[in-house]
Design a protein around this ligand. Sequence first.
Ligand code: HEC
Ligand code: HEC
Length: 232
Amino acid sequence: MTLVLLWLACASPATDTSDTADTGADTSDTGADTSDTAETGDTADSGVSAFEGVVFPIYEAKCAGCHTYWGADADALYAAWSDAGLALVVAGDRHASPLYDKVANEPPAEGGRMPLQLSYLDDDALANVADWIDAGAAKATFGNLYDQVFRARSCSMCHQDWGFSPDEVHESWLADEGAGALVVPGDAAGSYLYQKLIDGGTYGSRMPVWYPPLDAGEVEAIGAWIDAGATR
Ligand code: HEC
Ligand code: HEC
């Protein structure tokens, strides 16, 4: 293992959750304000971790009690919200998304403001949902994980044996190397890769060594991707 490409370490994005510029901006959202562009720079909330780490927990806390038919895990929820027939989410445009209208506006275009009977989403939660939609409403895919975790966190600086292109890295993670593959599709908890990223994992030091650990949402996103089949 050689340590070239050290400069890559500097490429780690700041995990800045203190985006205060946009809190409070959306509470009076009438759907007409297209000028609130301050949110688009918030990579912490719109990155790979956003759906699994931020949006799904909101659903669990505030929506799942009534909307059980949307499913019990992040994949089921994503599939339900992606249903073209329902058209709840228009990727890239919160104002065109009925889902956002239903949680942000009083009253929304149809029916009652969500969640019914519970307190409405606070400014941070609304901003997170808005950012996730505006950034493309993505869910963790291998391509996103490769760009936003593997490359952004400079894993390749030390793990050059995995290769560098997305195809090489995916193949390395899935390849059976005798001691067992790093990634067991469908089983995050049983995957060496996942165990190396969580606090208290079963295999030695937490990755990336020397650097700050991945945030909970990123680890969650990797776990969800593995559990969903670890496809390329
Ligand atoms: C107490 C039960 C309850 C809770 C909690 C709740 N909903 Fe609803 N939701 C309903 C009912 C009933 C309707 C149909 C009537 C209406 O639209 O007002 C509905 C309709 C909707 C719709 C319109 C499309 C559809 O599938 O019917 C959306 C979108 C929605 N809810 C989103 C949410 C979100 C997001 C949350 C969590 C932040 C949430 N709801 C929490 C009961 C609930
Ligand atoms: C500064 C160097 C360094 C960085 C950066 C780094 N690792 Fe490691 N990694 C190591 C070393 C050394 C080992 C072997 C010792 C151990 O397992 O603790 C290792 C072991 C591993 C293993 C166990 C299997 C194997 O191939 O050895 C996994 C999985 C892993 N790292 C994942 C990652 C991921 C994912 C990242 C990026 C988020 C990362 N590492 C970043 C140095 C690094």
